[in-house]
Design a binder for this molecule. Structure first.
Ligand SMILES: O=C1O[C@H](COP(=O)(O)O)[C@@H](O)[C@H](O)[C@H]1O
Length: 223
């Protein structure tokens, strides 16, 4: 794992947007299409605000989330809602969005069709992940019901319920995240920095983020 420390979060978000854009442009030089996986939650909004206006051929880019909360798209908890408001706008509105949510009571009902659609966009060219202070990444949570499947199975997508998650989740598996050509993790604050350091001493079952640290670049700013 490589750790990049930034003087402040604003600079980090702009830098990271540039890095992701550069990697996408490179991928498009040698492939017809490229894919970008991004997290939801509270951290990545400012990255999306910069990335969405980058001049690249977005029509050849598949955009997907690393994970989704099983709530309707108009819910404030929806990661898709965040993407539609802040990433899939401006030039990036031309990207092809691969949803991880479809209208149904439970993620299990839609999982096979969502997973089949994803195949078009795998392996991921550029992957950005977040991390919670509880050391979850994507929606791979400590104590989750299908933790072993998400960490060690071959499935691309896993439906999850966990004590630390407010609603059912659907998440890309560690296998899919680790197959990404480039992997970045963005974290802000001293609590998450301490959690990252703790995770490096723990097993992936105790600290799921540990499963995807090898080969990743972690971007950190205190505030
Ligand atoms: O629930 C989630 O949490 C993580 C971390 O979110 P943050 O609000 O602490 O930045 C996020 O990476 C994930 O995509 C999201 O579903």
């Amino acid at each position: 794992m490589k750790l990049l420390e930034y003087p402040d979060a604003e600079m980090m978000m702009m830098n990271l947007a540039d890095t992701l854009a550069g990697e996408l442009k490179n991928a498009l030089l040698t492939h017809d299409t490229a894919s970008l996986a991004v997290p939801g939650g509270t951290t990545p909004g400012p990255i999306f605000d910069s990335l969405c206006s980058v001049d690249l051929d977005w029509s050849r880019v598949h955009v997907m989330l690393t994970d989704e909360r099983w709530v309707p798209e108009d819910s404030e908890r929806s990661n898709t809602r965040l993407l539609r408001q802040r990433l899939l706008v401006d030039r990036a509105a031309a990207a092809q969005y691969m949803p991880l949510y479809a209208k149904a009571e439970t993620p299990e009902e839609k999982l096979p069709e969502l997973a089949a659609d994803l195949d078009l966009a795998l392996p991921i060219s550029v992957c950005l992940l977040g991390m919670g202070a509880d050391m979850h990444t994507a929606s791979i949570f400590p104590g989750a019901d299908r933790l072993d499947l998400a960490l060690n199975g071959d499935d691309r997508l896993v439906a999850m319920r966990a004590p630390g998650a407010l609603e059912p989740r659907i998440t890309l598996s560690a296998a899919v995240l680790n197959a990404a050509i480039s992997r970045h993790i963005v974290i802000v604050g001293t609590e998450k920095r301490a959690a990252l350091e703790r995770a490096q001493q723990l097993t992936p079952s105790e600290a799921p983020v540990a499963a995807i640290l090898n080969g990743a670049t972690v971007h950190w700013a205190e505030k």
